[in-house]
Design a protein around this ligand. Structure first.
Ligand code: ADP
Ligand code: MG
Length: 309
């Protein structure tokens, strides 16, 4: 039996043709998203994340490749694809004169959901907008507007929720709140696909991460594996007094100075021994107050992958 997948793309490609040139926004993207997971699509600005999402949403037409959502082929069953996903777009354009409740009712109407089957109050509760249910949308804070977009995407009870940069432009507190919302929805069984260019966010939230850069898939793995596989570690030496000991170690590893009294060396744990680094630093005639080590974070993974491609 074939595994049931929430999403599968095969050689998904998109070329935008402009008057001047052709932009290859997506190049043969192959990936699968499992039912029930939180899947992150990570990449810098311009990587192709929104293009990917907008193809699923039906607002961008793919150039070639195959897309299957909840076992429905986008080319054959576009309506079923649409009803299987709720999309939270990157930009927040909401009608300012409607209340959250009204907007959700309108949205339900658009999906042809009968009054008796609507779950407006439940959605307002999940997204913590109950207190503001009858306020004008324009009076909501940025974070609330974003949650209202999530609420709108949930009206037709899609099994998959897709969020494009959900926390862009949201302040720290509301960001945490929104991430909590996403986790809760996932705990209730909703498959989550989200894009972000915040590494920390992907690291915190996602079960698996795909990294795209210039339209190409450059990595796809469990978040944990991505972090483990990178093999890089960091060692920091805090000095008694600022001192420059050059640009490189004998082994060629670059020496960085995040602060004048701090030396930082990033190394591959398969290629360099921490003892060797420490011994060499000790020959430099400097007084070391403290030695700290750090594991790689997604930032390192990302830098490494995007540099080598
Ligand atoms: P991301 O969401 O990762 O920032 P996008 O999918 O928005 O990336 O964009 C990917 C690339 O496609 C960028 O180079 C962008 O300029 C280009 N692009 C996006 N939309 C259009 C469009 N409608 N017409 C032409 N080029 C576009
Ligand atoms: Mg985008």
């Amino acid at each position: 039996m074939q595994k049931f997948l929430a999403l599968k793309t095969t050689n998904l490609s998109k070329e935008y043709k402009t008057k001047q040139n052709t932009i290859h926004a997506l190049k043969d993207i192959n990936l699968e998203v499992n039912k029930g997971e939180i899947f992150g699509l990570l990449g810098p600005n311009g990587a192709g994340k929104s293009t990917f999402i907008n193809i699923l949403a039906g607002t961008v037409i793919k150039t070639h490749g195959k897309v299957t959502v909840w076992n429905f082929d986008l080319d054959i069953n576009p309506r079923e694809v649409r009803s299987s996903i709720g999309i939270v777009p990157q930009e927040t354009n909401l009608d300012p004169f409607f209340s959250p409740r009204k907007l959700l009712e309108i949205q339900a109407g658009m999906y042809g959901i009968k009054a008796a089957e609507r779950i407006t109050d439940k959605i307002l509760e999940i997204t913590m907008l109950k207190d503001k249910a009858d306020a004008y949308a324009r009076s909501l804070s940025g974070g609330m507007k974003r949650r209202l977009l999530v609420a709108k995407a949930l009206v037709h009870r899609p099994p998959i929720l897709i969020l494009d940069e959900p926390t862009a432009g949201v302040d720290v507190e509301l960001r945490q709140n929104l991430l909590q919302n996403i986790k809760e929805l996932n705990a209730q069984g909703v498959t989550i696909i989200l894009t972000t260019h915040y590494l920390q966010e992907a690291q915190e939230l996602c079960d698996r991460i795909a990294i795209i850069n210039h339209g190409k898939l450059i990595a796809l793995d469990k978040t944990e594996n991505l972090l483990n596989n990178i093999f890089t570690k960091k060692i920091l030496f805090r000095l008694k007094a600022p001192k420059n000991i050059g640009e490189k170690l004998n082994s060629g590893l670059p020496i960085n100075y995040p602060k004048p009294d701090l030396i930082s060396i990033t190394y591959n744990k398969n290629e360099a021994k921490i003892e060797d680094i420490i011994s060499e630093i000790k020959t430099k005639n400097i007084e070391i107050l403290d030695i700290l080590t750090e594991d790689a974070d997604l930032e390192d993974v990302f830098l490494k992958l995007t540099k080598s491609k």
